[in-house]
Design a protein around this ligand. Structure first.
Ligand code: EPU
Length: 421
């Protein structure tokens, strides 16, 4: 257990400097899984130094893959896979491990995995994964807490419609389809940049994929080959978080190594709030305006406003001049952390499981808080930076799951933050 202690600025707009964005957590995890499809070696670059990558690597080693972690690189040799059972404890510790089921089933003809479980942001069902595999001819056997999927003679071609748009569901089916015997058509697929990136990686392995980034993806069977080194895309959630921090307290902050075209919805919200932005090719400079305007934000699948970007932007809403609304449309439990913000002085009223009203601006005061998840953790850090006094964010290891070297990067722009074991 570790904690991050932040000495707040009491609202003074003093942050200045450059924050680099690292490779995307939600892209590196499925791309690592996809390496299991290759009877050869995969080299990934721009890999973030986050705890979740370590857990994924550990699971993949238990399956026989050789995973070598270098400085921002990963080398994955999947020539000799020895198992297709996802370790129960590790699988449950990392919800995203569910993406391993697609490549394992495709390559090994079967996969056994634990139910990844729900978490504090809401129920996380896997019905779409099971239905998707069945649509490609696999059989599903369920025991008390594990699932076994079989496709001994390989997956066949087929069509699958996602009744709910699912990011990891689309990624998993894309990987399963890559080694299927016939053409696979995925409808109502997720449009997220991480899905497009995965399709690009698979294409670099020789896969024939059309329509990634649109609701209909068509995968035609071909055999896969060793890819050239692949660079993980920038983390758009990190970028959104640092931009929100600059809008809150920046004299001027420049967020670098980002993909501007992945940030349309965030840029739109910041502009509507009156935040000055200077947009370059792969960097955005941002400073806090005199007055932040209130705004209505609704999370949505891509290209809408990402649910993972909502907690940092909500901190911004507490400092806007008037009544803002945040509608969380993806996850049922994701607004629970707002109670802790009220204890810090925010005026947030939860009007339904999916909607809060935020009345601002309210000065915040330091507090000691346990974070429930990665994204709320970063929001609490931001609340601590804007607050008067000292804030302690406990369970900081949850923050480390998604944000590498967070203290170093925040310190570089003037945040007083330190870690205690
Ligand atoms: N859903 C189902 N059945 C399924 C799968 C999903 O009903 O079988 C529902 C979910 O309950 C949810 C909706 O579909 O209501 C969308 O969830 P989705 O499946 O898209 O979420 P995910 O793929 O599990 C990824 C990210 C999350 C991010 C969501 C939404 C990864 C590894 N995780 O999760 O990231 O919030 O998409 O964009 O890509 C995070 O990084 O902190 C994080 C939680």
């Amino acid at each position: 257990m570790s904690a991050l202690t932040i000495e707040g600025l009491g609202g003074k707009k003093r942050l200045r400097g450059t924050i680099p964005v690292y490779g995307a957590k939600n892209s590196v995890l499925p791309t690592m899984a996809a390496a299991l499809l290759i009877n050869g070696e995969t080299v990934l670059e721009n890999v973030p130094d986050i705890a979740d990558v370590g857990v994924m690597a550990q699971i993949m080693r238990t399956l026989g893959a050789q995973v070598t972690e270098g400085s921002a690189t990963l080398r994955i040799d999947a020539r000799q896979l020895t198992g297709s059972v996802v370790d129960r404890a590790l699988g449950k510790a990392l919800r995203a491990s569910v993406v391993l089921t697609g490549p394992l089933l495709a390559r090994m003809g079967s996969v056994t995995f634990p139910h990844p479980g729900g978490d504090l942001i809401g129920e996380r069902p896997i019905d779409l994964f099971l239905a998707g595999f069945s649509a490609l001819g696999a059989t599903v056997t369920e025991t008390e807490d594990t699932y076994t999927i079989n496709a001994r003679d390989g997956l066949k071609g087929g069509e699958f419609f996602f009744s709910t748009v699912s990011v990891t569901g689309t990624e998993t089916m894309l990987m399963a389809a890559a080694l299927a015997r016939g053409t696979v058509v995925l409808r109502n697929a997720a449009l997220e940049p991480e899905v497009v990136a995965l399709a690009e990686f698979l294409t670099s392995c020789g896969a024939k994929i059309e329509g990634a980034g649109t609701p209909t993806i068509v995968v035609t069977p071909v055999s896969l080959v060793e890819p050239p080194p692949y660079t993980i895309i920038p983390d758009r959630i990190e970028a959104a978080t640092f931009l929100a921090l600059g809008a809150l307290l920046g004299e001027e902050i420049t967020v670098t190594n980002l993909s501007v075209h992945h940030l349309d919805a965030v840029i739109d919200v910041l502009r509507r709030m009156g935040v000055p932005l200077t947009i370059g090719t792969d960097a955005i400079s941002v400073s806090a305006p005199q007055v932040l305007k209130p705004v209505r934000v609704r999370t949505h699948e891509y290209p809408g406003f990402a649910t993972d970007a909502h907690p940092p932007v909500l901190i911004l809403l507490t400092q806007a001049n008037g009544e803002s609304v945040m509608i969380e449309s993806i996850f049922d439990g994701r607004l629970q952390y707002t109670r802790e913000l009220n204890a810090m002085g925010a005026q947030i009223t939860q009007v339904s499981p999916h909607r809060v009203q935020v009345l601002g601006p309210t000065p915040l005061r330091g507090a000691t808080i346990d974070t429930p998840d990665i994204r709320a953790g970063l929001a609490f850090i931001m609340a601590g930076i804007v607050a008067q006094g000292t804030t302690v964010v406990r369970r900081a290891e949850l923050v480390d799951r998604g944000y590498a070297h967070i203290e170093e990067r925040l310190r570089a722009v003037g945040v007083d933050i330190r870690r205690e074991a």
